[in-house]
Each structure stands twice: as structure tokens, then as C-alpha cells.
Write a protein of this length. Sequence first.
Length: 445
Amino acid sequence: MLRRIDLRAQPGADSALASLQDALPRAEFDVDAAVEAVRPICEDVARHGEHALARYSEQFDHVVPESFRVPAEALQRALDELDPQLRRSFEISIERRRAVSEAELGETAVDVDVAPGARITQRMIPVNRVGLYVPGGLAPLSSSVIMNVVPAQVAGVRSLALASPPQAEFGGLPHPAILALCALLGVDEVYAVGGAQAIAMFGYGVPGLCDKVDLVTGPGNIYVVAAKRLLKGRIGIDSEAGPTEIAILADDSADPGFVAADLISQAEHDPSAASVLITASEKLITAVEDELARQVPEAKHATRISTALSGRQSGAVLVDDLEAGIRVADAYAAEHLEIQTENAAEVASRISNAGAIFLGSWSPVSLGDYSAGSTHVLPTAGCACHSSGLNVKSFLKAVHVIDYSREALLEIADSVVTFAEAENLPSHGRAISIRQDGSARGRLG
């Protein structure tokens, strides 16, 4: 089911980073093409507001909600009807994500005295208004409500709006679990709007329905990602998340049944999901293949899983040794990286590129998807080499406050003027020297 990719060294083989990246499996994700598909949708929403939302809701979701904004009573009803055991699962996940988020917040202001009378203060200021997107699609990702809302609340965001696709089977409302979580978390501005049109609603605002936001976060399909790219600049975005992916760096100490189950868990998301095993053990690959042959047919979504596991984005990568495996894992820069080796913590300390790292046999990705306390909104498609997962600081802006006394400015004035003249910006220097030579007029009044 998994194709094998043999990266064991050959005479003269090039092990450069770019060469490794080219050799590794990766899902196709053509956002540029999708941008042109969503451009007219976004422009239509910007011009025609709710009328456009209704057309696209009918076209893509096959249902038009009675109200695009979910009524407060529908949110409360969903919470009241929530299975008690599921509610407790939600509450545990919220408690742990909130605990980690509060620790992430850390210092919100930093003061540095760079010289007598010269202070720079960095303030961390919450974004004013955030639009949170929660997918419906193949799986109603209620867990994404927690992953988006909790860090935004801890950061101090004052205005939160959440959008999720309307579901025909629920009378045009988003999935009840999503609504229940919104009620549990105190989010009362919820919209039954999905896809690119939801991002356009957030990005432009719809008069009488939804005010424009400053930042949009949350995962979605390629059209959601394309809309975020199209509107980036008008709004901030968290990332351009592609299909989910898991890489497992393992040796002979790994349990083949665990490895297979974890590969399957991510393949369950989507036919384009990537599941990659990296190991120096041919014996482990064979054992994992045997487990996949046994476990996949038993899965509820066996067809979807088989498609993902046999796709070009998935595979078993055979390397010379653990050192080579670490290099390959860094080159791949997985959204989720499991390390199922001896001394997993030591191996993890040598990894530079991963959205999140899961140590040993008892920290599977599924734990992080729901209740570990970590974020599950993570960079994909190799972007973990430069980007972080969604966290409290994603909702904060760093603002420097500059406070110099007269004496502190005059002490450094000549240096600033020299710098400005070297850049051929003499008026910059004049704004300093006018304060030196006393030629400025006195204060008004």
C-alpha cells in the first residue's frame, strides 16, 4: 500500500537539502490555480453581500440557512442537547489548551533602557477583531473551534466571529457539535457560511450582517486557502494550510501496530492526506505494511484511507541510519512528526523543522488533535521550516513605544544625522538637528 522510496546512499549520491526535498513525497496543492477560481466569488460577495452568500450556499452547500448568523437559541440548544460524555471531552480539551495558552502568553510588555533617559517598551497588543474558520466537509472539525478560540481569548481578542459551512441535514446550521462548543466557550457571533465566501465575508464585511475582521485563522480546503491568499494584505491570515501530513521517524524499537495506526489516523482526514514513514529498518517497513493490510479494511473510511496511503504524497522512506533519518525528517518539515525510536527525546532535540513533535509510543498525533493541550493548527507542505503553529502570539501584535528625553536624544543626535545623510535622506537628519540647534519655534500657546 505504501510505496517505498530508497534514499540509502549510493556512490556519488547528492544528499543536499534541495535534493532530499525533491525526492520526498508531497501532496499536490496548486493554490495559484485555485485563486483564479475563487476571485469572482470573493468579488461577488464584496459587491452583493448576502445575496451572493445565498447563491453560493445553494451552489456549494445545497442549503440556504434561514439566517446566516446562527441564532443564540440554536447555540444554547446545541449545548443543552450535547451528550454529557462528549461535553466532558470538550471541557478537558479546553482546560488543557487554555493552560498551555496562558503559559505561552508570557510577558506582554518588555522595557529596555538603551541609555540614560532612552527607553524602548515593547507592548503585545491583541488584534481587535478575528474571524475563525472551522471546516465542515468530510469531517466537522469541532476540535478546531477549541484550537482557534481558546488562544484568541487568552490573548485578549475583543471581538471573535466564527464561520462554518451550513449542513442540509441540520436545517442549514453548522454541525451541532461546533455550535455546542461555541456556546461552551462563549462565542455568540457564529455564521452558517462556508468556503471562500466565508473568507470574503470576513475580509470585506457584509453590511447589516458581519463587520470586517482584521485577521482570519483556521484550516480549510484549497479554496479557503486560496481566498486567504487573495485577501492577504486586506486582512491578516495565519497560514496557507494544505492537506494534513504525518511523518514517523522510527527504528526497530517501534511497535508496527502503533506506527500503522498512526499513519492511518492522518490518512483518514482526506484522500490527499500524506502519511510518511522514515526508517533504516526494512524489517519495520514490512511489519508496518502487514499491519496496514490488516487494519485498513477494518476502518470506517477504508476507501479514503487507502487512497491517501497509496497516493504519491505517502510512502515509506528507507534511509541508511538514524542520522540520515533526522536529515530526511528535517528536509520534509512535517506538520506532525512522531519519533518512535530509542531515546526519542534526544532525537527530537536535534530536529529543527516540524510543526509539532510527538515523542515515543504514547504520544500519538491523535492526542494532539484533540486533548494534549497543544495546537493542531500547524504549518504544512514543508512550511514548518519557517512558520509556527497557531498559538497565543498569533493573535498579538508587537508594538514598540519609543520614549527619549531631551538629553538622551541630543546625546545620539550627531550619529543619527550622519546615518541619515549617508542614506541621502537629509530631511530625516533635519528632524534631529532642528532639535539640536534650537531653531525650532516655541510651543503654541
